[in-house]
Every structure is written in structure tokens, then in C-alpha cells.
Design a protein around this ligand. Structure first.
Ligand code: APR
Length: 235
């Protein structure tokens, strides 16, 4: 990897696994414990809002007891020290990148610690529960929902993501199974746009064949090693 200046990093549930946050598709993962169509679609929310709100209330509460791990800290260090363009596009709705100190972070699937008012369209920081139908701090309506992108909804900030991919010399995918689009397609988009591509994951992802290089192992080990390599080779 020579003359790398602009980097786009995609992260998924695997980067938070060693912080104790369940992934979705690993053995015993969230989608084994719950059916996607019961808790993660707009139709589920219409049909049984209590079930959906309770599910996200539990997840929101849980992430607040977890801490960033060495992989989040390593990316925060890269963000702080990297002179070129850098964007961490995360599918994760936890705030562990930010709590590790990363600044250039975009949450394409929303954030647990926001509530979105369907009456006035304003997003407010939220750490408590939504099951009791609290009033929106902005408009006072009891119309808050989790600010999480459900299946069938459009991920956030796609224009910003594609602008970053167009300028990227290197695309790195960390801790994601490559099962959910459009994120799973970024590796192909990045290649077509001329970037080198690298996978860092516990095991080969569904899209592993699309990457120029793949390194497999736990994120706390392989992300830290890759960041040190980037900072020593490309200063
Ligand atoms: N280090 C690195 N990778 C890991 C680790 C670890 N310690 N533990 C698990 N992984 C890998 C798994 O091997 C798997 O490939 O992380 C990946 C997690 O995959 P998923 O559970 O499918 O999570 P993700 O890819 O983020 O899911 C994408 O699906 O349901 C939606 O909206 C949800 O954003 C999520 C999207």
C-alpha cells in the first residue's frame, strides 16, 4: 500500500463484539434471538410498537454499560493523527467510536442515543426509555421512535459516503458480515472508483473475494496492528 492519502473505513457489529455488544449474525447473535420482521421493520413498529420500543430500550440501556475496546481506540488514534481525508462509516448504532475519541464518524444506520420525532422530524439526544411514550423535547408530541434505520428504510448520508468513496485511495471494512446492502456493496463501489480494498474481520465475510487483501482475527488485535502499520508507513 503505497501513497495512501484518503481512507474510508466501514465498521460493523464485529468491532464492538469484544466490548460485549451482541453481533447480529454470529452464533447466538441478535437475529437468532429475535426475528428481524418482529423488531426491525417499519411494519413491525406499526403492528406492535411496544415490542419494538422495548427491544430498543433494552439495547439503548445495554450499550451505556459497555466501553470502547482497543480497536475503537486504535481507529480514534488513526483519526487524530492521519493528515489525509479519513471517514469512519459505521453501521453500528452504539457510540463506542465517539467515546474512544474518534471525530470523523458517520452513522449510516442511525444511533441508539437519539430519538426521532415522527411529528416534527427533529432528532434529540436520548439516553432513557421510549416505551412510556415521552414527549418530544422539541414539539411536545408523544411521537418519538428509535433513530435506527430499519430494514426497508434508506440509510443516512449516502451522498456523503459516496463522495468519500470517490476520493478514497483505500477502503477498509472492519467487523461486518457483508450481508446487508448498501454497505455490503461499498467494497465493489470503492474498487470501481480506484481504491485499494482491505478486509479486517474475524473470519472471511460474504464479500471477502472482492477485497485485494483480507486479514482475519479479532478486531482488538488486527485493527490495532493495521493502524500502527499505517501510521509508521505513511506519515
Ligand atoms: N473481531 C472482528 N470481527 C468480528 C468479531 C471480532 N471480535 N466478532 C465477530 N466478528 C465478525 C463476524 O465474523 C461477522 O462477520 O463481525 C461480523 C458481524 O456481522 P453481523 O452480525 O452481520 O453485523 P453487521 O455486518 O454489522 O450487520 C450489518 O445488519 O441487521 C443489520 O442494521 C444491522 O447494521 C447492522 C447490519
Amino acid at each position: 500500500m503505497t501513497s495512501i492519502r484518503n481512507i474510508v473505513i466501514l465498521t460493523g457489529a464485529g468491532i464492538s463484539a469484544e466490548s460485549g455488544i451482541d453481533t447480529f449474525r454470529s452464533e447466538g447473535g441478535l437475529w437468532e434471538q429475535h426475528r428481524v420482521e418482529d423488531v426491525a421493520t417499519p411494519e413491525a413498529f406499526e403492528r406492535d410498537p411496544d415490542l419494538v420500543l422495548r427491544f430498543y430500550d433494552m439495547r439503548r440501556e445495554a450499550i451505556q454499560t459497555k466501553e470502547p475496546n482497543a480497536a475503537h481506540h486504535a481507529l480514534a488514534k488513526l483519526d487524530a493523527e492521519w493528515d489525509g481525508e479519513l471517514l469512519i462509516v459505521t453501521q453500528n448504532v452504539d457510540d463506542l467510536h465517539e467515546r474512544a475519541g474518534a471525530r470523523r464518524v458517520l452513522h449510516m444506520h442511525g444511533e441508539h442515543l437519539n430519538a426521532w420525532c415522527t411529528a416534527c422530524d427533529v432528532r434529540s439526544p436520548w439516553t432513557g426509555t421510549l416505551i412510556d411514550r415521552p414527549a418530544c423535547p422539541e414539539c411536545g408530541e408523544a411521537a418519538l421512535r428509535p433513530d435506527v434505520v430499519w430494514f426497508g428504510e434508506m440509510p443516512y448520508q449516502m451522498d456523503e459516503i459516496f463522495a468519500a468513496l470517490r476520493g478514497a485511495d483505500l477502503f477498509v471494512s472492519i467487523g461486518t458480515s457483508g450481508a446487508v446492502y448498501p454497505a455490503a456493496g461499498f467494497v465493489r463501489n470503492a474498487r470501481e472508483l480506484g481504491a485499494e480494498t482491505l478486509e479486517l474481520n474475524l473470519e472471511p465475510s460474504q464479500g471477502t473475494a472482492w477485497f485485494d487483501e483480507a486479514r482475519h482475527g479479532p478486531a482488538t488485535r488486527i485493527v490495532q496492528a493495521w493502524v500502527e502499520e499505517m501510521l509508521s508507513l505513511h506519515r
